[in-house]
Write a protein that binds this ligand. Structure first.
Ligand SMILES: [Zn+2]
Length: 296
């Protein structure tokens, strides 16, 4: 312990004069960052690799990512291959043994919960970006409570002195979700259904029994053809629904469908704001719930 204190003293505490957070955590997305804040509070010094409007399916590795990963004790990723194009090479370049996949310093949210779209005919060769199951688990508040508890245990393993604080953080987050659920259920009870661009909010829809009416892309990660969009319009004609697409998804098809079907189209981020904590994450879901509920 004395050695650890001395090390911290030399590394951070005494130089800066401030209390050094026991864990240096790098989250891939703002949703994972919000969960880190909910569980660890100020015991974690947090870095987030991607802003809320970035497409996590296809980021480029940047030197700033490698720098952040080099000194991290823990990486918190969404997982299920969502970040496969850029996180593994960034971790390899950071050459930090503590955060290699399989080590305690590497945590994937999707590995903690059952996945939707798993075991289907998905094939990356056909362009599908979800070959091992749908990774977008951060859109389900209930799965997020399971993930929060698993994250608390992982942080307790890395920083035993904070175990009680991490477990308390996860339980506080779980209670806040629990309190929110009845209101969300009531608000979404008669929701007409949602047309998504990509299967990225399906966990939220499934949690509250809201029908998924289709996706604007034909296969995850593959833009729609004109013929596919005509078929989609013909199929949905006369029904009620809402269209929701993310800031990084092409808006043209969504807006044309909205005009042709007489539906509302909402452009919503899949991620909470960069500075969100557990409450910020819940407020982010409030926005989604309102958009889904406010169909014609
Ligand atoms: Zn996806």
């Amino acid at each position: 312990m004395l050695k650890r204190l001395l090390f911290m003293c030399i590394g951070l505490t005494c130089l800066g004069g401030a209390w050094a957070a026991p864990l240096e955590v790098v989250a891939t997305s703002p949703s994972m960052g919000a969960l880190v804040r909910a569980v660890a509070g100020d015991r974690a010094k947090l870095g987030i690799l991607a802003g809320p409007d970035r497409d996590l399916h296809q980021l480029q590795v940047k030197p700033s990512m490698i720098r952040a990963l080099r000194s991290a004790d823990l990486v918190v990723a969404i997982g299920a291959e969502l970040e496969i194009g850029w996180l593994p090479p960034a971790i390899a370049s950071a050459a930090n043994p503590a955060i290699q996949p399989g080590r305690a310093g590497y945590f994937e949210a999707a590995a903690q919960v059952p996945l939707l779209d798993a075991g289907g005919p998905a094939d990356r060769a056909l362009g599908d970006v979800h070959p091992v199951g749908n990774p977008h688990v951060d859109m389900d508040p209930v799965r997020m409570t399971t993930i929060a508890r698993a994250l608390a245990e992982r942080m307790a393993q890395l920083d035993p002195g904070g175990a009680a604080a991490y477990r308390q953080g996860a339980e506080t987050f779980a209670s806040a979700v629990e309190q929110r659920l009845p209101g969300w259920r009531a608000r979404l009870a008669n929701a007409p259904g949602v047309l998504l661009y990509h299967r990225d909010a399906i966990y939220l829809l499934e949690r509250f029994g809201v029908p998924l009416l289709g996706t604007i892309e034909a296969v995850p990660g593959v833009p729609p053809s004109g013929r596919y969009l005509s078929e989609l319009t013909a199929r949905l004609e006369g029904q009620r629904g809402v269209i929701i697409y993310a800031p990084y998804q092409a808006p043209k098809a969504a807006q044309k469908l909205a005009r042709d079907l007489g539906w509302q189209a909402a452009r919503l981020s899949l991620e909470p704001p960069l500075k969100a904590d557990g409450n910020g994450y819940l407020a982010h879901l409030d926005v989604w719930v309102e958009a889904i509920a406010s169909g014609p």
